[in-house]
Design a protein around this ligand. Structure first.
Ligand code: GLV
Ligand code: MN
Ligand code: MN
Length: 420
């Protein structure tokens, strides 16, 4: 008799190392941004690994990629396990890849053990979770949940000048034998393993984080337009300098938002001055705002404050202001039954766990609007992520994948149709 399904740690570690080579950076990280050649290569490898085990691949118009391990009743909606393979420009080896490859490991563990599941189990690899090349982040899962890609996304340009619609097309064509299904196929539930990307679990030496929900995120693009003029000849009274406004805005918001609220997060990660000449007052300054809070109402208040400060300082500097909303993700709470399912799985596997709220957004946020969803977190070294130094101890990788397997098998048992 075959043993029950079990995670094969070595296989999972080898896979993580293999995918980390695709887009590897000199500093030990990964640059495999959404819909680039590297992303396509990683998707092709995933599809190939799935095919080898008999897991049928399919994609959709958002270039989400799925692998399906069929169940006893193909008409039942599948249990879906997933995450993403795209990375930040200076990303790490685990953000996203861990969840995708642990999901593959769960499918393989079921296959190795010859387990027939009552319903199919599908791996989902979501497109453009990071959002750094094309906003918004979690684009693939959002499109899947909505059943369509937002038309305005398709014309979006990346900082390298590529158009999203072309990049999606090229990515779909890069997997010629893989059928394209409609966006938003039904699912019974969704589970995602991810690194915590923060310090809580490591500090407490707890291998399994049971995620109760995801805090809200707002992204804005702020464009301040003044007048280009000579740096050496233009006296103060004749200047309409957008950099003056940007400086005042950043100072005011950095001083005001996070020191005033421990749960708030305010980040300006991208700033650009046009034309970017040493001896010209810039015509235009553009910067990004990433604003987060677990409470929807407070997040709304913070956004209003950011907008008001931008308006005030642009006006004071004699400049025009355009505020473009890029992302609006309200906080989400996962259903209690799913949180308990993950907790019970960790307990069965003898793994200590604790509950926590996710500070990062994840594809699970959008899947939660389609089906009961939950997430599991792994501790990561020094709590560091969105950084090439991102690392996870092998024992925590194994624990996270085991917790995912336990949660998955727990769900399959509890959702199995009663025998006739
Ligand atoms: C995800 O990458 C996030 O920015 O939270
Ligand atoms: Mn991620
Ligand atoms: Mn990320």
């Amino acid at each position: 008799m075959k043993a029950g399904p079990a995670i094969r740690e070595e296989r999972l570690h080898d896979r993580l190392a293999r995918f980390a080579r695709i887009g590897a950076t000199a500093r030990g990280g990964v640059n495999r941004q959404a819909l680039t050649e590297g992303d396509r290569e990683a998707r092709a490898l995933l599809a190939e690994l799935g095919r080898t085990r008999g897991f049928a691949p399919r994609q959709d118009a958002a270039a989400n990629l799925f692998l399906r391990r069929e169940g006893r009743d193909p008409s039942l909606p599948p249990l879906m396990l997933g995450s993403h393979l795209d990375t930040q420009p200076t990303g790490g080896r685990f953000d996203g890849a861990l969840g995708v490859l642990a999901a593959l490991e769960v499918l393989e563990a079921l296959e190795d053990a010859g387990v027939e599941t009552p319903r199919a189990v599908e791996l989902a690899c979501w497109t453009n979770e990071e959002g750094s090349r094309f906003a918004p982040g979690a684009m693939g899962s959002q499109a899947f949940a909505a059943g369509a890609l937002a038309p305005e996304w398709l014309e979006a340009r990346s900082p390298d000048g590529a158009r999203l619609a072309d990049e999606l097309d090229g990515t779909l064509r890069a997997l010629p034998g893989v059928p394209i299904a409609r966006l938003g196929t039904p699912l019974a539930a969704y589970l995602e393993l991810h690194i915590e990307q923060g310090p809580v679990l490591e500090r407490e030496n707890i291998p399994v984080g049971v995620v109760t929900g995801i805090q809200g995120t707002v992204w804005l693009e702020v464009v301040i337009e003044g007048r280009a003029a000579h740096a050496g000849t233009t006296p103060l009274a004749f200047r309409r300098d957008p950099m003056v406004a940007a400086g005042a805005i950043l100072h005011t918001l950095h001083e005001g938002i996070m020191p005033g609220d421990d749960d708030a997060r305010f980040t300006v990660g991208r700033i650009d001055a046009y034309p970017g000449s040493v001896n010209a007052i810039p015509e235009r300054v553009t910067f990004s705002v990433d604003l987060r809070h677990p409470d929807a109402e407070t997040l709304g208040e913070l956004e209003r404050r950011v907008r008001a400060v931008c308006r005030r300082e642009a006006e004071r500097a004699g400049c025009a202001l355009t505020l473009r909303p890029l992302v609006h993700m309200p906080p989400v709470a996962f259903p209690a039954a799913m949180v308990e399912l993950v907790e019970a799985g960790a307990r069965r596997a003898g793994l200590a766990s604790r509950r926590l709220v996710s500070g990062a957004f994840h594809d699970a946020l959008y899947l939660a609007s389609r089906a009961p969803a939950a997430m599991i977190f792994c501790p990561c070294r020094d709590g560091v992520s969105h950084n090439e130094a991102e690392d996870v101890e092998p024992r925590f990788v194994a624990a996270g994948a085991t917790a995912l397997l336990e949660a998955a098998t727990g769900f399959l048992r509890s959702s199995a149709p009663a025998a006739a």
